[in-house]
Ligand binder design. Structure first.
Ligand code: KG4
Length: 340
């Protein structure tokens, strides 16, 4: 009998539901919330209300697109955390209610493990490459910047992580500082393509081991822009492409220095990336270039799997289901998870 897993993701501002049949994607529906646009960031209260409105239609659509009935489902995988508590509560409560109604197990999933396992979602007619264990994942998003060693779908070790801001925050804050809009990552990525990455220099931090820091480079951009604007109020407008290209370059340099070090220290040559910032075209090109230079096998997630989606939650849940995990119904969501 095939396993039909329903995945539910509601950790931040995307309500998503997906159905997998034995690891093959049948549907992946994402409702991205537009209510936050005017605020320059996600408003938690509005996010939970929008999840509450979206969850039933999104799940119905996912089942419809998959061509199955709720009674066909084997188990329900849902994001337990980390994320916004009010948002997580919607997905968790929905998963419990549906699990009770259908009398099938629910499986809690760590959202970050979903990003790390995204390459394992199989699609009909695609190559479906995925890393071999053990592999390294550079997990880069609005809330995290980590290098994780993955020994199996259930075994993770954080080798290094940011001691302050996440790299996505650095992209977003830089964009905000320059009045370019939100979320900043895609905007900076687009402008950087037109600019000269060597035009301006921003100092890299010196952090021991495999940890990261992005607050210093963010502050150095702030002071740089402030000083230049005092001399020429049109400075940003005239140079935004070069500023974005130079700033993006230093962020990628910082990420890559430690990833190269981690690969050297562990001897692991299977390398993947995950999280929202893994959509960055400069970072993707650099990973591939480093991979060719160093003999790594590199894996880049499809764009639709870089942002929050339920397909990655379903695949992570399916691995846990097959390992015999079942989540009790008194489970509560958690906004922070310190480890894996
Ligand atoms: O994983 P994600 O969707 O969710 C959170 O962690 O909240 O990541 C969102 C982050 C944002 O900081 C956004 O600016 C960044 O991913 N991002 C990008 C790009 N697309 C999204 N950063 C750089 N380049 C991109 N193309």
């Amino acid at each position: 009998m095939a396993d039909f897993i329903l995945g539910i993701e509601s950790s931040c501002d995307d309500t998503s539901a997906a159905v997998l049949k034995d690891g093959f994607l049948l549907s992946n529906v994402i409702a991205s919330q537009q209510v936050h646009k005017d605020f320059g960031g996600v408003v938690p209260e509005l996010a939970s209300r929008a999840h509450e409105q979206n969850i039933v239609p999104v799940v119905s659509q996912a089942l419809g697109k998959a061509g199955i009935q709720p009674s066909d489902l084997t188990a329900i995988a849902f994001t337990r955390g980390p994320g916004l508590l009010g948002s997580l509560l919607v997905g968790t409560s929905f998963a419990k209610a549906l699990g009770i109604a259908l009398d099938i197990p629910i499986i809690m999933v760590n959202h970050l493990q979903g990003h790390i396992l995204a390459d394992f979602v199989k699609q009909e007619g695609k190559e479906n490459r995925h890393p071999a264990f053990p592999y390294l994942c550079l997990l880069v998003s609005g809330g995290n910047s980590q290098i994780v060693r993955v020994d199996s779908p259930l075994e993770y070790t954080i080798l290094g992580q940011t001691i302050d801001d996440a790299v996505g925050e650095a992209f977003d804050k830089c964009s905000k500082m320059m009045g370019l809009g939100y979320p900043g990552g895609p905007i900076i990525d687009r402008l950087a393509k037109e600019g000269d990455p060597k035009r301006f220099q921003f100092a890299k931090p010196h952090i021991p081991g495999l940890d990261y820091s992005f607050s210093g480079v963010k502050t150095s951009l702030l002071y740089f822009v402030r000083d230049e604007m005092a001399k020429d109020p049109q400075f940003i407008e005239k140079n935004k492409e070069d500023i974005c290209a130079s700033f993006q370059k230093v962020l990628i340099d910082i990420l890559m220095d430690k990833l190269v070090k981690a690969a050297r220290q562990t001897g692991i040559k299977e390398v993947t990336i995950g999280g929202g910032v893994s959509a960055n075209s400069g970072l993707r090109a650099r990973i591939e270039a480093e991979g060719r230079k160093r003999g790594w096998n590199t894996y880049l997630p499809e764009f639709k799997f870089t942002t929050d989606n339920a397909a990655m939650i379903a695949i992570a849940g399916w691995f846990r289901y097959k390992a015999g995990e079942r989540t009790p119904l008194d489970v509560a969501p958690v906004s922070r998870i310190a480890d894996y």
